[in-house]
Design a protein around this ligand. Structure first.
Ligand SMILES: [Zn+2]
Length: 314
């Protein structure tokens, strides 16, 4: 049997990680190189001449005396944690097949639950923002899906307490899944789908969906849209047309259920964003670590207040 190229790809082992980022100095060097690839530049006057105030871990401009810390203006600012803990958290979040809950992160990092929760949510937020910048194109399978809620009774469409989300997966010419996007929506209405498509799909993308009327909203976003209905004669074709999107909806639900006992409705967009980010980097396990470090270095600070507010839907 041929080996699965994703499962058997060369990993990013714990010993290699520890060798690269086991000390604070190594993590600081990495962050410095991401922030100032061509050497330090004063954020105040753009001078390149600076000195390091080692006792306070600050860089001071020789021209205007402006002082900056290595983490100022990044996701890692205002944190008492050493960078080694941040790097280890990023390693754990990106390298485990099913991610890691805040509770597990607390145990592995040896920090309080609140600290682990903040790290986890800040990182999930930057994963989501990074992924949202890439519009899906080519051929896209699209479906409506629901997650969460505990009420018994009706399942799926129209069920109470469930959070609706758009599930989209882009395919290459061979029909293999490439990128995925899962976005919480307020409802499945035509205008909502038009707005979603304008933000997340390239123009002229070919989208296949079922016959739910809201998907007619795709046309207003300059999308080429074909729909299939589920009836006896074409059931086989129908299932084939939605194979990947249906599989991914099942996977995300199982993964969230397996890793997290319960997630709050207002945080669902972030969890879906994390799932997509990891899926979209599944061919490159070391890249996913490097990308998330870079996202953290380039992301503005994220006060806890922002994390506890309901996330904007898309
Ligand atoms: Zn300066």
């Amino acid at each position: 049997m041929p080996k699965n190229s994703i499962q058997f790809q060369k990993g990013f082992s714990i010993p290699v990680f520890m060798q690269m980022y086991g000390t604070e100095m190594q993590c600081r060097e990495r962050l410095f190189n991401i922030r100032w690839k061509n050497g330090y530049v004063c954020p105040n006057c753009a001078s390149k001449s600076y000195c390091e105030l080692k006792s306070r871990s600050l860089y001071q401009c020789n021209k205007c005396h402006h002082q900056t810390s290595l983490t100022a203006g990044t996701l890692f600012s205002h944190s008492k944690l050493p960078l080694t803990s941040w790097f280890l958290a990023i390693y754990l979040i990106t390298q485990d097949k099913n991610s890691i809950s805040a509770l597990e992160l607390k145990r592995k990092l040896g920090v309080s639950y609140n600290t682990a929760w903040r790290i986890k949510h800040k990182l999930m937020q930057v994963m989501k923002e990074h992924d949202d910048n890439r519009k899906l194109g080519n051929i896209v399978q699209l479906d409506d899906a629901y997650i969460g809620g505990k009420q018994k009774g009706k399942r799926g469409r129209g069920a109470k307490g469930k959070t609706p989300f758009v599930s989209a997966i882009s395919l290459n010419e061979e029909g293999h899944p490439i990128y995925m996007r899962l976005s919480v929506v307020s409802c499945f209405k035509k205008q909502e789908i038009t707005d979603w498509a304008k933000k997340h799909l390239q123009e002229k993308t070919l989208v296949i969906s079922d016959g739910l009327p809201c998907f007619n909203g795709l046309l207003a976003a300059d999308i080429i849209h074909g729909s299939l209905s589920k009836n006896g004669k074409e059931l086989h074709q129908y299932e084939a047309a939605f194979y990947w999107v249906d599989t991914m909806i099942g996977n995300v639900k199982n993964s969230i259920k397996g890793t997290y006992h319960a997630i709050r409705e207002k945080h669902i967009p972030r969890y879906l964003g994390e799932f997509c980010f990891r899926f979209n980097y599944r061919f490159r396990v070391e890249d996913i670590f490097n990308t998330l470090i870079k996202c953290g270095a380039k992301s503005p600070p994220m006060p806890e207040k922002l994390l506890t507010l309901a996330e904007s839907r898309w």
